[in-house]
Design a protein around this ligand. Structure first.
Ligand code: MG
Length: 253
């Protein structure tokens, strides 16, 4: 099933679900008690919002061997984690703002795991019990600042640096999902999640050994090779086969 957050006309933002090309509201929220109401609005008539408002966003660095190689970085022995702030989240079709502090802002298409059930010290084989579904993420990065700072909070944490969407797909086998990123239609990144160093299950278990995962938390599972710069006016499309395409444009503030 596909869950969205959306705005219809001047109504308040709310959760919904998609059946064929129509949207129905969800009473409550999909991470707790909820009830799906009848689909009644054409999908093309609603503005899609980020499908989840995460309390925390845990990201994994260098989880694809080829991406570690393109930065001449070693493949980590255990998952290399960092955080993006919830204030960096934007939705489909929102603008990614180029901050004045950076000359090199880059795209990173990633499979995003959305947590559905509290997890602490879980085993990899139980991870699926705690995963609500999957969406597409773009771990936007100010590459020059990442190199300069040595740690990544500034380079990864700017407002608008975490596009998520277009929706959460709850029925997906995450072990072999084709990810791609196009800038102005030109293919930049393409790989499958089967190339990940640490699997989704291993990542959820590993993170849960450090911090309690709660419903709505998001794990960005790392990016394949091919990351590259984006400029003002560009359109960036991040696609995960079996989910959909997340499109954002690049703008100066
Ligand atoms: Mg990344």
């Amino acid at each position: 099933m596909k869950f969205i957050r959306y705005q219809y006309g001047s109504d308040r933002p709310r959760y919904g679900w998609i059946y064929q090309d129509r949207v129905g509201p969800v009473e409550g929220d999909p991470f707790n008690e909820y009830r799906r109401l009848e689909v009644d609005i054409p999908l093309s008539d609603v503005a899609l919002l980020a499908p989840v408002l995460p309390g925390k966003i845990i990201c994994v660095g260098r989880n694809y061997v080829e991406h570690a190689r393109e930065h001449e970085a070693p493949v980590p022995e255990w998952p290399m984690l960092f955080l993006k702030p919830p204030s960096s989240v934007i939705g489909p079709n929102d603008a990614i703002h180029l901050p004045p502090q950076s000359e090199q802002v880059e795209h990173e298409v990633e499979l995003a795991v959305v947590i559905g059930k509290t997890a602490r010290w879980i085993q990899p084989e139980d991870a699926y019990l705690h995963i609500f579904g999957y969406t597409v993420g773009n771990d936007v990065t100010a590459r020059d600042l990442q190199r300069r700072d040595g740690q990544w909070t500034r380079s990864k944490g700017f407002d608008t640096f975490c596009p998520l969407g277009p929706w959460i797909e709850t029925d997906l086998d995450a072990s072999d999902v084709l990810l791609s990123c196009r800038v102005n239609g030109e293919l930049r990144q393409m790989s499958s999640t089967r190339e990940m160093v640490f699997t989704v299950q291993q990542l959820v278990a590993f993170v849960s050994s450090i911090m309690t995962l709660v419903p709505g938390d998001v794990i960005l599972t790392g990016t394949p090779a091919g990351v590259g710069p984006m400029d003002e006016g560009d359109s960036v499309e991040c696609t995960a086969e079996g989910i959909g395409t997340l499109t954002n444009r690049i703008a100066h503030r």
